[in-house]
Write a protein that binds this ligand. Structure first.
Ligand SMILES: C[S@@+](CC[C@H](N)C(=O)[O-])C[C@H]1O[C@@H](n2cnc3c(N)ncnc32)[C@H](O)[C@@H]1O
Length: 450
């Protein structure tokens, strides 16, 4: 990346280096834990199975989207509602849990986008699906280190989280105890508090409850957790894949293909679709449209990072339990269910009012953000051999193509003014001649470190 934007991003990174030259270590890699179920999980699994079975018996096979929604977010028995699943002792590990560097670089990205937008007076950081709150916590540390830069902004943190259990964990991490945290079940803001530095933090169940205003939105491993519909091409046209009870194996579920078109199969599959099997995350599509509208109307940006593809893959629906692959239809409610994000679909539903960048691989994004320079500073200041090894292990986990480096993709939704040519009487116009690769947007273009 060249030009003033690159210089500013480099400067922000240098401030971070001087403010926190030492490493804080988290788990470097995931380790398989037991994939067998605890007695509570067995109970959840069997009540969820009973619930789904009676639902199917009453109304017929359910869509994969409904199955996934129930298994993950049923308010009583859902996986996310009942379990703290992220981390070495859970079912999967995520990049923010692997290393502080990940959140630090995303923090620099947030601040550089805020600066590129002309330093608006208000900065809302909105995270979708914050897990244990580690990413937000690392970003807030960067905000504290960059306080002289951010001093003109009124900064607030907004978390969209469906899980009461995880929201409590996030509050412990971000707000601590005795900080005026309030739990309210019946309000759009169901929890709020202040960080030790005094930043207001609010929790919502849905994005639409977050107040309007200049916002930077982050969704890390959020969209892959949203329900997908699955469709199969047949001789009679597209048919939806459904979940039914398995009559031959009592107590088990199975996939079936709907005999006739469903509303979803007639509306969600593209006319020119060339694949034999497709997955469409309509719920994610609605959220992307909301993000695009907010960014276009109030300014800001959205950064989405997830497992994904560019409209090429077919069957990506899978389950994880104890860091191992798990049958998606076995013990619903006890295992994570996930599907790759289709970024071609994301780009399509985002529409024309925002500029889309990416997807680029996590490896490219982090390298463009200066992960190598950050690593050098942390290693230079680290005298403890085991911490050094952990740092190197986490760096490899995040950037190695065979690990998370190529499997995770970064995608940006930006206000069109970020890519615009001078204003015309009719408003802002995108410069069609500039390809995203030439644009000075941190993370998406190469940043040269001297
Ligand atoms: C796979 S975890 C990722 C956690 C975190 N972002 C990370 O990378 O460590 C998915 C997160 O999204 C939340 N979530 C899942 N479905 C949601 C929904 N429909 N609305 C809001 N949050 C949701 C989960 O509770 C969890 O916090």
């Amino acid at each position: 990346m060249r030009g003033p934007s690159a210089a500013k991003t480099r400067q922000l990174l240098r401030l971070i280096h001087s403010a926190s030259p030492a490493a804080r270590c988290r788990a470097a890699t995931s380790r398989p834990s037991s994939s067998s179920s605890s007695p509570e999980e067995d109970a959840t699994g069997s009540s969820m199975l009973r619930h789904l079975t009676s639902k199917i018996k009453a109304t017929g096979p359910i869509s994969v989207a409904e199955y996934m929604r129930e298994a993950l977010t049923n308010p009583v028995m859902g996986y996310y509602v009942k379990k703290n699943m992220v981390g070495t002792d859970g079912d999967f590990i995520t990049s923010p849990e692997i290393s502080q560097i990940f959140g630090e670089l995303l923090g620099v990205w947030v601040v550089s986008e805020w600066m590129a937008a002309g330093r608006p007076k208000q900065l809302q950081l909105v995270e979708l699906g914050p897990g244990k709150g580690s990413l937000a916590s690392d970003i807030l540390r960067v905000f504290a280190q960059l306080q002289p830069v951010l001093s003109s902004a009124s900064v607030s943190l907004h978390l969209v989280e469906v899980s009461p259990l995880l929201s409590r964990l996030q509050a412990q991490t971000l707000v601590g105890s005795g900080s005026g945290e309030v739990e309210r079940d019946d309000e759009p803001v169901y929890r709020h508090g202040r960080t030790p530095a005094g930043l207001p933090v609010s929790w919502y169940r849905r994005l639409e409850d977050v107040p309007p205003g200049f916002s930077i939105f982050l969704g890390h491993e959020f969209f892959d957790a949203l329900p997908i519909h699955k469709f199969q091409r047949t001789e009679r046209g597209w048919r939806e894949v459904m979940v039914d009870v398995d009559v031959e194996k009592p107590g088990h579920l199975r996939f079936v293909v709907a005999p006739s078109p469903t509303l979803a199969s007639t509306t969600l599959v593209q006319r020119d679709e060339s694949r034999e099997h497709v997955e469409v995350c309509a719920e994610g599509g609605v959220i992307i449209q909301q993000l695009a509208r907010r960014v276009a109307e109030h300014g800001g940006a959205a950064l989405i990072a997830d497992y994904g593809h560019d409209g090429t893959k077919t069957d990506t629906f899978r389950g994880f339990k104890g860091h191992r692959l798990h049958d998606v239809l076995a013990s619903p409610g006890c295992a994570d269910l996930t599907a790759d994000v289709d970024f071609a679909y994301v780009r399509r539903v985002a529409g024309r009012d925002v500029a889309c960048l990416g997807p680029v691989t996590q490896r490219s994004f982090l390298k463009n953000m200066g992960i190598d320079a950050r690593m050098q500073v942390l290693l230079r200041n680290c005298n403890d051999e085991s911490t050094r090894q952990q740092l190197i292990g986490s760096y490899e986990a995040l950037t190695d193509g065979a690990k998370m480096g190529d499997r995770f993709l970064f995608f940006g939704l930006l206000h069109p003014s970020r890519l615009a040519v001078p204003k015309t009487p009719t408003g802002l116009k995108l410069d069609k001649k500039k390809s995203p690769a030439q644009l000075p947007v941190a993370g998406f273009t190469e940043l040269r470190f001297s």
